[in-house]
Write a protein that binds this ligand. Structure first.
Ligand code: NAD
Length: 519
């Protein structure tokens, strides 16, 4: 297994310059070139599957099943999805909403690569969160420098090997390291910075990027609520929310950070959680080959401190083992929204539950804890779920489940507000590294029609206004004016298509009546 070696600080600028020079050579623009890079990356992933499985076992104590599911198969399928759709996505788009008089200019949207981009990965899904954005960057025709998380060192080393084996070295490179190396990278001018990780560092990245007006995609964390109403199925809620917290030992940005449960259903939910845990890990989590470990002792100590500082009551679990960075899935009934298990993101297998009187209180509490979390998970009737969605905000949401929306590889994924900005995955990965360049082309024969725009302007304003001014269909109080003539013509329909449909129906009825009466 290759070992992580930090990139020498004095070579980082040259790595950036090479990637920028490569972009400016235009070699990444042809779709055929991008496809060949993606295809080579696909086979390099295939050839290194066992190395990636082993790396994630060493870094996160993770089972092969979870690593295959969440990293390897994910990236491989993503590449194939890109390869199958790229020709379609890169095509110019006809611009929508163009006034008839501008159609002669053939307005269209060209899809252009943003340029030379920086991808900074996080440790919890070290391969998916690093190669996922890279796949988007390649598809869009960008060059890229990738900085994997130093906190998953084995995965970082394997990815470096894969990228070096598969991709054009002048266009795609890896810089290994921690804060000093990343800070050096941030000194360079990028055309986009794609960062995944915590919000504190996200703020550093955004500030640094602002100095050079560099756009950023920030994939940050969240204190995501699950809300279990009185009418929810406690067995389903228990199994699904435990799945979302057991995967990767809870080190999932989008899993629920806490559960708000209607007081009346709390005993049933806890009882179902006990049953589900026994089903998932019949001999306990510690001896289960399916349950991972906390990434390192620093994160273990952070979680242990959270657990020690709660004033809540541990209902299930609570065992920890510092020697193995093991934390048992632990369900804690907390009393207050100020409990550290509620106010802080745990990013581990701690499952605080707070009982609430009803759905209104749950919504109020969730909004007061974090207005814009990454995910939100309401369990209940259709009307209850709608109420929750109508009165909250979040990057995404899964109804009656833990983060299922984030498990669909082709569904755009991202935060809102302070849980992130921008989105990726599937076509969104292509879009996030693509500039939509609006282009028009003015034919020579149109010159006569354009005479209005040239000085002298005398006498032209009235003519121009007649040609271009749209007419409001509302008065000064914001009320829509009823167009009586149109209403009569449209028989009550406000749209041309509706009017036509009604007239056709009326004619058909009249014809039918005529035939019937003349029989
Ligand atoms: P991490 O420790 O792997 O750090 C992420 C990256 O930031 C690393 O590459 C690291 O080198 C870099 N970094 C750290 N300090 C830096 C600094 N001062 N300047 C520049 N770069 C620096 O991961 P983490 O941040 O601890 O990850 C956990 C957090 O990330 C959680 O909040 C989690 O919710 C969030 N997260 C979000 C997503 C998402 O897709 N939205 C995915 C995974 C994790």
């Amino acid at each position: 297994m290759s070992q992580l070696e930090h990139t020498p600080m004095d070579s980082i600028l040259a790595i950036h310059d090479a990637a920028r020079t490569s972009f400016l050579s235009h070699k990444t623009r042809p779709v055929s070139w991008r496809l060949s890079q993606l295809r080579k990356l696909y086979w390099a992933l295939k050839d290194n599957e066992s190395a990636m499985l082993e790396a994630c076992r060493l870094d996160l104590g993770r089972s092969e099943f979870e690593t295959y599911l969440s990293e390897i198969c994910w990236c491989e399928n993503d590449i194939l999805f890109m390869c199958n759709n790229l020709e379609k996505w890169v095509k110019d788009e006809k611009a929508p909403d163009i006034p008839l008089m501008n159609m002669a200019l053939s307005p269209r949207i060209r899809k252009e690569p943003l340029g030379c981009v920086l991808v900074i990965g996080a440790y919890n899904f070290p391969i998916q969160l690093t190669l996922g954005p890279l796949i988007g960057a390649i598809s869009a025709g960008c060059t890229a420098v990738v900085k994997p998380s130093e906190n998953a060192p084995h995965a970082a080393a394997v990815m470096q090997k894969i990228i070096a084996d598969a991709l054009d070295p002048s266009s795609y490179a890896v810089v290994q390291g921690a804060i000093p190396e990343t800070s050096k990278l941030l000194e360079c001018k990028w055309d986009k910075i794609f960062y995944t990780g915590n919000a504190t560092v996200g703020t550093i990245i955004a500030k640094k990027a602002a100095e050079t007006l560099t756009p950023v995609t920030l994939e940050l964390g969240g204190r995501n609520p699950a809300i279990v109403s009185a009418s929810a199925d406690p067995r389903l809620a228990a199994r699904r929310l435990l799945w979302a917290k057991l995967l990767n030992a809870g080190q999932v940005c989008v899993s629920q950070n806490y559960i708000l449960v209607d007081r009346s259903i709390l005993p049933a939910l806890i009882s179902e959680m006990r049953t589900a845990l026994k089903e998932f890990h019949p001999n306990g989590a510690q001896s289960s080959p399916d349950y991972g470990r906390i990434v390192n002792s620093r994160q273990f100590e952070r979680l242990k401190k959270m657990l020690d500082s709660t004033t809540g009551k541990i209902l299930i679990g609570g065992t920890t083992d510092a020697a193995n960075n093991f934390i048992e899935p632990t369900v804690i009934e907390v009393e207050s929204i100020t409990d550290p298990l509620i106010t802080d993101e745990s990013f581990g297998p701690l499952i605080p539950i707070l009982a609430v009187a009803d759905l209104d209180e749950a919504i109020c509490v969730a909004n007061s804890i974090h207005e814009t979390p990454l995910g939100l998970y309401p369990f209940g009737t259709r009307a209850e779920v709608k109420k929750v969605l109508d009165q909250t905000r979040s990057g995404g949401a899964s109804i009656n489940d833990g983060f299922f929306h984030a498990s669909i590889p082709t569904l755009a994924f991202g935060g809102v507000g302070d849980s992130g900005q921008g989105a990726y995955r599937g076509k969104a990965s292509f879009d996030t590294f693509t500039h939509r360049r609006s282009v028009t082309s003015t034919p020579g024969w149109i010159e006569g029609l354009l005479s209005v725009r040239y000085p002298p302007y005398a006498g032209k304003l009235e003519k121009f206004r007649k040609q271009t001014d749209l007419k409001p269909n509302f008065d000064r109080d914001g009320r829509v004016k009823i167009a009586w003539t149109w209403l009569a013509l449209g028989l009550g329909s406000n749209s041309g298509v509706g009017a036509l449909g009604r007239w056709v129906a009326l004619m058909a009825l009249a014809l039918g009546l005529r035939q019937w009466t003349t029989r």
